[in-house]
Each structure stands twice: as C-alpha cells, then as structure tokens.
Design a protein around this ligand. Structure first.
Ligand SMILES: *Cc1c(COP(=O)(O)O)cnc(C)c1O
Length: 426
C-alpha cells in the first residue's frame, strides 16, 4: 500500500484529522495528503520516493529553496552553542537591527515565534496605546488563529466554509468588525460612524489567504488617511508578504506606510520566527517599560534566528527580487497562455515571488469575487498537477510561491504539464 496512505491512517489515530494545521489535510481538494521526507532547492521527495517541484515552499518561508547550504550551516553553527538561553543574545540583536534597517517604518521590533503571536501582540499593543478596544479586519484576510482574528478569516477557514471558528466567545468576537476588501465606500462609512472608537485596522497589504488579491492603490491610501485622521493604529500584516513581494515588503512596493508591521514566514527561513514592530511611541508601551504585557520563553531563539539571519543576508544579494519576480511572472504568463490556447476561463497574476491562479475569466479583487471562481476545475487541476509531479497548494483559496531556486526549466515543465490539463479540460 502507498506509504502516504499508511502514514495518514496512522496519523488520524493520534492527531486530530491527521494533521497539525488544517489545510494540510487535503479536505478541500480530496485525496490523501503527501508525507514529505526531503527537500532540496525547488524539489521535494515524498515517503514513496516520488519527486515534485514545490510551489508551496512551506507557505512562503523557503524563498531560497529547500536545504540551502548557507542556512543549514548557520543553524548548525548556532546549535553547537546551545539551542536556547531564555536570555538576551547578540544574534537576536543583529536580527532586530537587520529588520529595522530593511523595513524603514519599523523603528523598534520584538521577536516572537510565529505569525499568530506577532499579530496577536501587535493588536494588544495597539489597544494599549490607543486605550480603545475595537479592531477592524477585512473579509478573507487571515492573520493567524488568535481569538479576535477568527472572524470572517481566510486560509483554512475558507476551505471549511466557516465564517469563524467555534470556541471563540461572542464577547470577544464582538470587538472585531469586518469590511469587504478593496471597498472604499464601506471603509469610509465605517470610519464616519465609528472612526474615533477604533483601536486598530489590520490588513494583508497583498492578500495571500483567499488566493492572491491585489489591493487598489486608492483603497490603501484611503485606509492610511482615515487611520491617521481618527487615531487608529494601522497594522500591515506582512507575515506572508514581508521579504516575499519585495525586500521592504508590500509597504515598499506601494509606498503606503503602516504604524505597525507584523512579520513571520521568510524571516525565519523555515524555522519558527515572527516579529512585530513599528512606531517607537507605540512599541514603548510594551513591558518591561510600558503597561502592555507580551513575552515568550523561546522568543529570539538562537537557532531560529540564525536561519532567519542567513536567509535575510542572501535575499539582499543584487537583483534577488528582480530574478524572483521574473521567474514568478514566467510561470503565471506561461499558464495564462496555455489556458487561453484552449479557451479555458482561467487567469493568473503575481506580486514578487507570490502568485494566484483562478479558474475565472479575470483575477478577482474581493472575497465575493473569489468565491465565484470554479472550484471543481481547480480541484481537477490540482490533482492533475500533483500526479504529474508538481506540488501546488491543496485549496483554491491559497496563494502559491516560487523560490529563487526554481529554474526556468522547472517552470517550462510546469507550464507544459498544465497545458496537457487545459487541453483535456477543453
Ligand atoms: C501565515 C500567516 C499568519 C500566521 O502565521 P503562523 O506562523 O502560521 O502563526 C498571519 N498572517 C498572515 C498574513 C499569514 O499569511
């Protein structure tokens, strides 16, 4: 019997749903999840020894490809000096200095161990700073699994068609208001009514958790102006987009500057690192100097920070993001051309090293639009590609990722496999 099936059956006995994070279960696309054994560059090998070209890249972190020798060397070297101290280290200081240098809106930063912790802590400090409770988020955006953020959230929550999670008290959820993405009218109306009571607005400046959605410039600018006018803290959740769409994140691409930024994924290079930072006056509210408590036993962990530092060093190489962007463009343009040859209702777009594929005539710009795409066609596409040795996200509501290790030949082979699918679909 297939090793993936054997392992998945065993897993379901001891792990709820057989997985440690819901989207991994293939519930949206059907079939058995793949258990991976090894990765190198753009390639993965599963427990059956089958090879795949990876378009998930651990949902973003593996921007250099898998098992990059410099990253491994850094982790190995840090490990021999002990895996944790629970006390300050020069390495975490260096990491903070790198983040402050590369993301100019970050004046001070604190390291945590996941994206969830980063957004949860950013919201707490924003509330402490403004002495207000109400939080605004956008439909289909995902900001990790903290209670206050599981309201109309994206990613795995969309897959399961649940607007929010059970186990979140109504008393908590009532402080979170949601708005449609890219909807200037709704944004204006909310600020008009409640602007002066809002603690913070949190947004994915490019959404990667309801497939890929690109912001309208006028919408982002209006959001910045309204937050400034009403004294609400603007939080850019760049856990996915940070060091993925550009060196300075989405804020550097669009020139819209948030008060706080959350980071994760790429900054850990595959190990658990998150960060939140921004305006000094806000960050100074944190304990031990301010009244907002936030902490972590493994925060700034030496091995994790070593992986992050090595990764952040390599992405600063000349032309890194131009090359990554060009590779990703080659993929989306190739797929579009192949689909249109057979008159398939398909579109695709990318920002930096992130891409979105949609079985709809044009790229969607909101949650409502993405819900109208053809999910059945996506599921067939996913399984065709998987069988052909190409590992895409197992859901029509996730963005995809290209790494710097992907070659033009990898991408040509991917497009050729997709073309065979489009031909059959026609
Ligand atoms: C992945 C993600 C998170 C959550 O990060 P975890 O490390 O999974 O907790 C938060 N916000 C965004 C935008 C993300 O993509």
């Amino acid at each position: 019997m297939n090793q993936n099936k054997i392992l998945f059956e065993r897993s379901q006995k001891v792990i709820p749903g057989g997985v440690n994070s819901p989207v991994r279960a293939f519930k949206s696309v059907g079939g058995t999840p793949i258990f991976f054994k090894k990765g190198l560059g753009s390639r993965l090998w599963d427990e059956e020894g089958r090879e795949y070209i990876d378009y998930i890249n651990s949902w973003g972190p593996m921007i250099l490809g898998h098992a990059h020798p410099e990253v491994l060397k850094a982790v190995q070297s840090a490990s021999f000096d002990s895996l944790s101290f629970g006390a300050p280290t020069a390495r975490e200081l260096e990491m903070a200095e790198v983040l402050v240098k590369l993301v100019p809106s970050i004046e001070q930063v604190r390291l945590v161990s996941s994206g969830t912790e980063a957004t949860m802590s950013a919201i707490r400090v924003a509330r402490g700073f403004t002495k207000r409770d109400t939080l605004v988020k956008f439909e289909g955006c995902y900001h990790g699994h903290a209670d206050a953020l599981l309201v109309k959230a994206g990613s795995g929550l969309l897959t399961f068609g649940e607007p929010s999670s059970a186990g979140v008290p109504a008393d908590v959820a009532k402080h979170t208001l949601t708005l449609p993405y890219n909807d200037e009218e709704a944004l204006n109306a909310l600020f008009k009514e409640k602007g002066d009571t809002l603690a913070a607005v949190i947004i994915e400046p490019v959404v990667g958790n309801m497939n890929l959605i690109i912001p309208h410039m006028s919408f982002l600018k209006m959001l910045r102006e309204l937050c400034t006018k009403h004294g609400a803290v603007l939080i850019f959740d760049e856990v996915m987009t940070g060091f993925r769409v550009a060196l300075g994140g989405a804020q550097s691409l669009y020139g819209v500057i948030p008060d706080l930024t959350t980071l994760g994924k790429v900054i850990g290079g595959g190990l658990p690192v998150g960060a939140f930072g921004g305006r000094r006056d806000i960050m100074q509210c944190l304990a031990p100097i301010g009244p907002v408590y936030q902490a972590g036993t493994l925060s700034g962990n030496p091995a994790a920070v070593a992986a992050g530092l090595a990764t952040l060093k390599l992405v600063q190489a000349p032309h890194f993001y131009e090359e990554l962007t060009a590779k990703t463009k080659l993929l989306v343009e190739g797929l579009m051309k192949a689909a249109h040859t057979f008159n398939i209702k398909f579109s695709a777009q990318s920002v930096g090293g992130m891409f979105g594929l949609y079985f709809s005539e044009k790229a969607p710009s909101s949650f409502d639009e993405i819900m109208k795409s053809n999910r059945e066609a996506f599921n067939q596409f996913f399984h065709h590609m998987l069988t052909s040795g190409f590992y895409f996200g197992p859901s029509a509501f996730e963005a995809g990722f290209v790494s710097h290790a992907h070659s033009d030949e990898d991408i040509r082979r991917t497009v050729a496999a997709a073309q065979a699918f489009f031909q059959v679909l026609k």
